[in-house]
Design a protein around this ligand. Structure first.
Ligand code: FES
Length: 147
């Protein structure tokens, strides 16, 4: 089968779907080519990501990736969330087909975008975020760079 059991499980029973009212940080990113959109809500207390929810208007791999990515950062520190890569998300899902790797990039980017929002709202610096670029062209390259 093209998709691992874990991908199918997270696609059929996605974890952490929804939104958080008065979230500490909200990030939305889109993929210019496929038109899929991902939105991530973070509830941050001190340095801990107490809760995380997502909404994805996207393909099955994007849903599975967001579900897994939110599971991986829930209860973790901001630094740990910053270290989450799309490859780690894909590995935790027991792999994604190469043409679907960009869907996991969207999950990583949405989390970073939510952290940018949080850092701006609270006027704090998060290491590693200064080179995060909201430019859609940049995102587009990132998303399609591995295809
Ligand atoms: Fe667009 Fe998967 S095809 S995110």
């Amino acid at each position: 089968m093209l998709y691992s059991e874990k991908v199918m499980d997270h696609f059929k029973n996605p974890r952490n779907v929804g939104e958080i009212e008065n979230a500490s940080g909200v990030g939305e990113v889109g993929n210019a080519k496929c038109g899929d959109i991902m939105k991530v809500f973070l509830d941050i207390d001190g340095d801990t990501i107490k809760d995380v929810k997502f909404q994805t208007f996207g393909c099955g791999s994007a849903i599975a990736s967001s579900s897994m990515a939110t599971e991986l950062i829930k209860g973790k520190s901001i630094k740990e969330a910053m270290e989450l890569t799309n490859k780690a998300v894909a590995e935790a899902l027991d792999g994604l087909p190469p043409v679907k790797m960009h869907c996991s990039v969207l999950a990583e980017q949405a989390i970073k975008a939510a952290l940018v929002d949080y850092s701006k709202k609270n006027n704090i610096e998060i290491e590693g975020l200064d080179d995060f670029d909201f430019d859609t062209e940049h995102l587009h390259d990132e998303v399609h760079g591995e295809e």
